[in-house]
Design a protein around this ligand. Structure first.
Ligand SMILES: Cc1cc2nc3c(=O)[nH]c(=O)nc-3n(C[C@H](O)[C@H](O)[C@H](O)COP(=O)(O)OP(=O)(O)OC[C@H]3O[C@@H](n4cnc5c(N)ncnc54)[C@H](O)[C@@H]3O)c2cc1C
Length: 402
């Protein structure tokens, strides 16, 4: 079955793909009148777009951060869609209503308003350049030959497009439809892919820590955390740690997991300072005066009794342990638990202003499929939306110019 040629086809209807499709279809982007007939196609594997978006920010969708590059553009984009944002004390932005569905629905409605053809239950199997014959036809009209693309879905349907945007995400969260398909597509077009690893993910501790973790599982504490590899510190983060049955979680631990992507030599440890605002000497004096009361004044109760048990009433040792509780690390949880993918299509091969491939004209990439991963706090969605907007605007602009 063959279909007519679309101006722009977007593969993947997640955060980046929806922003790309809406931007590509917007008349302002093209600098031309709104198209009478839809010429932008968005193909999504799931039976609805933006399924992962609904799970972000614990259902609240932390979609950008005051510290993100080009956060203003992302906020403006959503304001134009009628989405009011609320900023928290740490600069994170959420939809005012506090529901991720508001973000997903704003995008979906904008796509519908602009006439984007959204095909759900349409996993794409193959992407390829259309034959040289097609380029020659375009060339014979006096225009420079342009790339044409063919998109084949798993059910055999074939779509054609002048411009193609790959926004298939990475491998994080296969339950949301992300299986790393974009990497094979990118390689097919000659792009290098930095090997993908789970990132922003819980850390699994070594077997010897399990007994300790059984005592404190479920406890949350504010801390400053450092990842050590061999004898050298590799990364720092501050925030809340959550002790789990088999390891460590919480925002600061997820942030540290980003530094675990390199092939490390040497044992890995995470060292927690559980009272970052208090000097070790002050703690020692406090514990020497009235250890039991001051321990529970500084730490949650279960942690306090762990410190008491491990230091057997020694104030100096207790202070040292509170300032540097070390956990040997075995690794991280896998793709189902990871919030993002570290690695992906090499950024050096993409024009950062347009998101166009430097190798294949008319081919664009957006979102997590690229080799970018940010810390927690809205940086990853900001990247997905911003690169989606850029790719959509450039693709539609280029398609309209042609
Ligand atoms: C639980 C969780 C919470 C998160 N919370 C936050 C947060 O609060 N703030 C933040 O900044 N980031 C957060 N993230 C990360 C953020 O969701 C991602 O970085 C972002 O969604 C990436 O956008 P994307 O469009 O590139 O990829 P995705 O959102 O993963 O979308 C890719 C889409 O492509 C589709 N697809 C894949 N392959 C094919 C194919 N072959 N054919 C057709 N369709 C295909 C998939 O079904 C999917 O819908 C969170 C992630 C998770 C898992």
């Amino acid at each position: 079955m063959k279909e007519h040629t679309y101006a722009v086809a977007v593969v993947g209807g997640g955060a980046a793909g929806m922003a790309a499709a809406a931007s590509a279809a917007s008349a302002g982007a093209a600098g031309v009148d709104a198209p009478k007939t839809a010429r932008v196609l968005c193909l999504e594997r799931n039976d609805e777009p933006g399924r992962k978006l609904l799970a972000t920010g614990a259902g609240r969708c932390n979609f950008t951060n005051a510290a993100c590059a080009e956060a203003g553009e992302v906020l403006h984009f959503f304001r134009e869609l009628g989405l009011l944002a609320r900023r928290d004390a740490e600069g994170r932005f959420y939809p005012y209503a506090g529901q991720a569905a508001a973000v997903r629905d704003a995008l979906r409605e904008e796509m519908a308003r602009l006439g984007v053809v959204l095909r759900c239950n349409a996993p794409v199997k193959t992407l390829r350049r259309a034959g040289a014959e097609e380029d020659a036809v375009a060339g014979s009209t006096g225009r420079a030959p342009r790339a044409r693309f063919e998109i084949e879905a798993e059910d055999g349907a074939v779509f054609r497009a002048e411009k193609l945007i790959i926004a298939t995400g990475g491998k994080a969260g296969p339950q949301y439809g992300c299986r790393g398909d974009g990497y094979a597509f990118a390689r097919h077009f000659g792009h290098e892919v930095v090997s993908p690893l789970p990132s922003l993910v819980r850390v699994v501790c070594a077997e010897e820590e399990k007994q300790r973790l059984r005592v404190i599982r479920g406890v949350r504490a504010k801390c400053s955390a450092a990842l050590w590899i061999g004898d050298a510190p590799a990364a720092h983060a501050a925030g809340e740690v959550l002790f789990t049955e088999d390891g460590l979680s919480g925002i600061c631990i997820l942030d540290l997991s980003r530094a675990m992507r390199v092939n490390h030599r040497g044992a890995r440890r995470i060292v927690l300072d559980l009272a970052p605002a208090i000097e070790e000497r002050t703690l020692r004096d406090l514990f020497a005066e009235n250890r039991a009361a001051s321990l529970t004044g500084v730490l949650p109760q279960k942690l306090a009794s762990l410190v008491e048990t491990e230091t057997r009433g020694n104030a100096r040792a207790a202070a040292r342990l509170v300032k540097g509780m070390a956990f040997s690390v075995e690794g991280t949880q896998g793709w189902r638990e990871a919030q993002v993918t570290s690695g992906g299509v090499s950024l050096g091969e993409i024009d950062a202003n347009t998101m166009e491939s430097k190798f294949v004209r008319g081919l664009f990439f957006a979102g997590e499929v690229l080799d970018y991963d940010g810390v927690c706090g809205g940086f990853n969605l900001n990247w997905a939306f911003r690169t989606g907007m850029k790719a959509g605007l450039s693709a539609r602009g280029a398609a309209a110019d042609a």
